[in-house]
Design a protein around this ligand. Structure first.
Ligand code: SF4
Length: 436
């Protein structure tokens, strides 16, 4: 621990989704502005922030065991703050369980770090109208990509989901503010923009009523945006206008993360997902018709209360039909205060595990076939730097989000688009040789 006059140090532990990652970048940027310096680990930090996730029970338990471990840091005088979704969900209860915690701050208050640092608040879990989104002070880890929040919170009520509780109702940022942030990120050398939100395509500008398709076209037209991505979309908010904006702007990646959650209409009804199996498949078909090269990834929950063998077979057959490039799949996890708690017990844990394994087996086959189909193709890759596994090999991402490792004669500048001739595929990546 540093003793003054050296700058104070901070350490942030982050769990969960891209929104939490970006909140950590915002917190880090604000602390740097206040003269703090990042510590390499919690052991050297004067201030330790836990930026938590509560999407599954396990993530909450992880936070409390981490807090137990940090008691020692408190004894040496460090300050401890709990942020993120568990902070919002638990609030005061965290102080009751761990009184040595200095403050608790929900996701809506990331822009109000001063209040808790200067002791004006110990538990900050309101959702202020003005979210003080200070984008100049975001500490962006990537040299090529900038993540930009366009909407916070969610107005949907999926019965299994705690996000509307922990992140509040939807608040869209003004489009002019988002465009200014994008232009600023480009001016700092970033070439790829990723628009973020829990339901990113529910975006509506509070000033101009411009919708998500208008925003997509607006950001795509900002000079220097080589690639534009967005997540997470809700199937019921996919519109022909949104797809037309994607098709009309070549720098919008032909890739969409579209959580389906289940392939069974009866499970989707009890999840309150606002679409059934047929509707989801028709959205995929419509997008494929308009943008034939588009690739999909998705989220799936197995073991939702009442999920029958037949329901689960429906999920497997939907994966076969859509052939997602990648999936994020989990066993259903009971979350406090969610409506699904009233839908009966989850499916037996052993059976859920067996279903999850079957799902991963199927997806591994689909992914293998999808990757092998790239052999012999030339794909544009956004060069990000040397491969983590082999510094003599270059690495980057394809438009549809595959990691591509490749050999090249001359190492390109970071952020350059390189055409790569694909020679083969590994588990979750492609490899090849630069052709330009
Ligand atoms: S759309 Fe549903 S699953 Fe997604 S954040 Fe909102 S309530 Fe949760």
């Amino acid at each position: 621990m540093s003793s003054s006059p050296d700058p104070k140090t901070y350490y942030i532990e982050t769990w969960g989704c891209q929104m939490n990652d970006l909140d950590t970048q915002r917190l880090s940027g604000q602390l740097t502005l206040r003269g703090f310096r990042r510590a390499s680990s919690e052991h050297d930090a004067d201030l330790i922030l836990l930026n938590t996730c509560s999407v599954r029970e396990k993530s909450e338990q992880k936070m409390f065991s981490e807090l137990g471990r940090l008691r020692a840091a408190k004894e040496r005088g460090a300050r401890i703050g709990v942020c993120g979704c568990v902070a919002q969900q638990e609030g005061e209860a965290i102080l009751a369980r761990a009184p040595y915690v200095d403050f608790v701050m929900g996701p809506g208050n990331v822009g109000y770090l001063d209040d808790v640092l200067e002791g004006r608040a110990r538990v900050a879990v309101e959702f202020p109208d003005d979210r003080r989104y200070d984008w100049i002070a975001i500490d962006r880890p990537s040299a090529v990509r900038a993540q930009v929040t366009i909407i916070e919170g969610c107005n949907k009520n999926c019965t299994f989901c705690i996000v509307p509780t922990t992140r509040g109702r939807e608040v869209s940022r003004p489009m002019r503010d988002i465009l200014a942030e994008v232009a600023h990120a480009i001016s700092t050398g970033r070439v790829e923009i990723e628009l973020l939100g829990q339901t990113v395509n529910a975006y509506v500008c509070p000033e101009s009523s411009a919708d998500f398709s208008d925003l997509l076209s607006g950001v795509a037209r900002v000079a220097g945006v080589a690639r534009l991505r967005f997540m997470t979309s809700h199937p019921s908010e996919v519109t022909p206008r949104m797809v037309a904006a994607m098709r009309a702007n070549a720098n919008i990646c032909r890739y969409i993360h579209l959580p389906v959650q289940s392939g069974s209409s009866s499970v989707l009804r009890r999840m309150k997902r606002l679409y059934n199996r047929e509707k989801f498949l028709s959205i995929v078909a419509m997008m494929r018709e308009e943008i034939p090269t588009i690739r999909f990834s998705t989220d799936v929950i197995v073991g939702f209360p009442g999920e029958s063998d037949e329901d689960f077979e429906q999920t497997l057959s939907l994966l076969e039909e859509v052939r997602f490039g990648s999936i994020y799949a989990f066993k259903y996890s009971e979350r406090p205060g969610t409506a699904s708690l009233r839908l009966g017990a989850p499916v037996d844990d052993e059976l859920s595990t067996a279903r999850l394994n079957r799902l991963f087996e199927l997806q591994a086959r689909i992914e293998r076939e999808t990757l092998l189909a790239y052999e012999g193709c030339v794909v544009p890759v956004l060069y990000e730097g040397p491969s983590r596994h082999d510094p003599s090999v270059a690495s980057g991402k394809s438009e549809d989000n595959w990691t591509v490792n490749f050999h090249c004669q001359d190492v390109p500048a970071v952020g350059t688009l390189v055409d790569v001739h694909v020679i083969g595929a590994k588990h979750h990546s492609l490899f090849g040789k630069a052709v330009s």
